[in-house]
Design a protein around this ligand. Structure first.
Ligand code: AMP
Ligand code: MG
Length: 269
């Protein structure tokens, strides 16, 4: 699905409408022929991570967003499974508390940006500050509406300082969400994942879609592109995310840093 990847990238010059995207879409890939490419991508990811670490001058920041039950945790578990834990960090952003609340909304985000050589994964992110915050009027519109510009400047600054940023919106349908919630209720091993708040949030579905569309239009740039991943099918979601990560890292043209000594001259007994 090589060219399909380009179709998942949100165009820079066009206003995206999520209703034009099929959350169950698989871009011509079938479940059977997804398994081998996924394994191939996961292997390559591991090599590229090693190179990123060996180069030690740049980092990869992966932003994962999606409505409740969209599969953020599952994506991290599956796609990052082959990475070296020493070189990767996951940060989950919850309702801000304590000192987080006593700073600007980007403070906790900036602190979690991966250091050079590392991959950092954000399970939710600063985008919550123009999503849940906007949907529930947690701050006035005059405040959240300025944040798109602030986020663009922030991400631009990060990218100019060595961070390659890639952003995924995991897109499931409202029906798929209902099914996943039902599973969380029925399956004893999944009960813990269920929160009554999730059902309350579900009532705001349309407002979330609208808020997501604004994010995808206003905060989509070459230096920090958005991808909309049809995520009803977990196998397609995993394949797409893995492939985009591989291509993003390949695009960085990573190189081993120069050894600190002329290794050809070194002799020892
Ligand atoms: P979960 O990802 O299911 O563990 O839930 C985390 C919760 O924290 C979600 O309901 C998010 O909407 C919420 N959250 C994350 N960031 C913020 C934020 N900046 N302001 C308000 N709520 C947030
Ligand atoms: Mg949740």
């Amino acid at each position: 699905m090589n060219h399909a990847i380009d179709e998942l990238k949100v165009p820079l010059d066009k206003e995206i409408k999520l209703r034009d995207v099929d959350p169950a879409g698989t871009h011509g890939v079938t479940r059977e022929n997804a398994a081998d490419p996924l394994m191939k991508h996961l292997k390559r990811l591991s090599v590229l991570q090693y190179l990123l670490y060996a180069e030690g001058r740049r980092s990869l920041l992966v932003v994962l967003q999606g409505i409740d039950a969209a599969g953020k945790d599952g994506t991290i578990r599956r796609v990052m499974s082959g990475l070296n834990p020493q070189g990767v960090g996951v940060t989950a952003f919850k309702v801000p508390e304590g000192e987080e609340k006593r700073h600007d909304y980007l403070w906790r985000i900036h602190k979690a940006v991966p250091e050079h050589g590392q991959i950092g994964i954000f399970n939710r992110s600063h985008y919550e500050d123009v999503l849940v915050v906007r949907v529930h009027d947690l701050v006035p519109k005059s405040v959240w509406s300025e944040r798109y510009r602030q986020i663009n400047h922030f991400e631009n600054m990060l990218s100019e300082n060595g961070a390659t940023i890639v952003k995924f919106f995991l897109y499931i349908s409202k029906e798929e969400q209902a099914q996943r919630f039902r599973k969380r209720l029925e399956d004893k091993r999944k009960n813990w994942k269920f929160s009554p708040d999730d059902l309350k949030e579900r009532e705001y579905w349309d407002s979330y879609i609208e808020a997501y569309e604004d994010v995808l239009r206003k905060c989509n740039h070459d230096y920090a592109p958005w991808y909309v991943i049809p995520a009803n099918h977990k196998w397609f979601r995993n394949l797409a995310v893995a492939q985009i990560l591989v291509e993003t890292l390949e695009g960085m043209k990573l190189q081993y840093s120069k050894p600190s000594a002329d290794v050809s001259q070194i002799r020892f007994e």
